[in-house]
Design a binder for this molecule. Structure first.
Ligand code: NDP
Length: 234
């Protein structure tokens, strides 16, 4: 059955692969980003997740085209790495407001429709960094840990209405975000991965698609690592 799916940050990287997986399954897919663009067959809507008014307008557009959002993938995110003593207040705030604040805003906007239809899937793209911490990523790791608390609270608030709320925690995945890291750092990270390779966006998309499927109907409040073993289940 075709579902109305919204993927934030679906114009590139992990979000793009997630959107493509839902399109391949025959779903009605919308993607958002600050920049336009998205995969062939998806509705692309510009939306900055730090702005509640833009989130509302984007949802209205998606609902008019595809119907109420039934599967929400909150994936939009940024990193601004630096060691704590050099981390500016603004940088901390920006990363929290995008990654955690954005997840809050889109979930809050999606839930009324899910409650009305007594069915919904909330899927949050966090990170292994949120579970194990990373030196130089205090802002990012804090935002990603916050998403776990957010998702688990929503799992409790909405579980009786058949809405599941889960987290996917990717490890090191080849995208624009990690391409920004120095080559030496990327090689170091891959050396720590038991599966001995970087993740592909499609690896993450597989877990997201499963969480949205009927096979995962009894899974909520979970954190699923997709990290090649980097976090060893944490
Ligand atoms: P990319 O940098 O490739 O993509 C980030 C996406 O988020 C883009 O689509 C971007 O679109 C969107 N985005 C960023 N800021 C905003 C905003 N304010 N409003 C709306 N959209 C925004 O990153 P990845 O694909 O690697 O990351 C996707 C998610 O996965 C992120 O949440 C990231 O933290 C997480 N992750 C990534 C890992 C990795 O190794 N790559 C590991 C663990 C987690 P635009 O620029 O057009 O706004």
């Amino acid at each position: 059955m075709s579902r109305s799916v919204l993927v934030t940050g679906g114009n590139r990287g992990i979000g793009l692969a997630v959107a493509q997986a839902f399109l391949a399954a025959g779903d009605r897919v919308a993607v958002t980003g600050r920049a336009a663009g998205g995969p062939e067959g998806a509705l692309a809507v510009k939306c900055d997740v730090t702005d509640a008014a833009q989130v509302d307008t984007a949802f209205e557009e998606v609902e008019a085209a595809n119907g109420p959002v039934e599967v929400l993938v909150s994936n939009a995110g940024i990193a601004e790495d630096s060691l704590l003593l050099r981390m500016a207040e603004d940088s901390f705030r920006r990363v929290l407001d995008t990654n955690l604040g954005g997840a809050f805003r889109v979930a809050r906007r999606a839930c009324p429709g899910m409650l009305r239809s007594r069915w919904g899937r909330l899927i949050f793209v966090s990170s292994v960094a949120g579970l194990s911490g990373t030196a130089g990523q205090a802002n990012y790791a804090a935002s990603k840990a916050g998403m776990v608390g957010l998702a688990r609270s929503l799992a409790r608030e909405f579980g009786s209405r058949n809405i599941t709320s889960n987290v996917v925690a990717p490890g090191f995945v080849t995208t624009d975000m990690t391409a920004a890291l120095p080559q030496r750092r990327r090689a170091e990270m891959v050396r720590e991965v038991p599966l001995a390779r970087a993740g592909r966006p499609e690896d993450v998309a597989g877990a997201v698609a499963w969480l949205a499927s009927d096979s995962a109907a009894y899974v909520t409040g979970s954190v699923i690592p997709v990290d090649g073993g980097l976090g060893m289940g944490h």
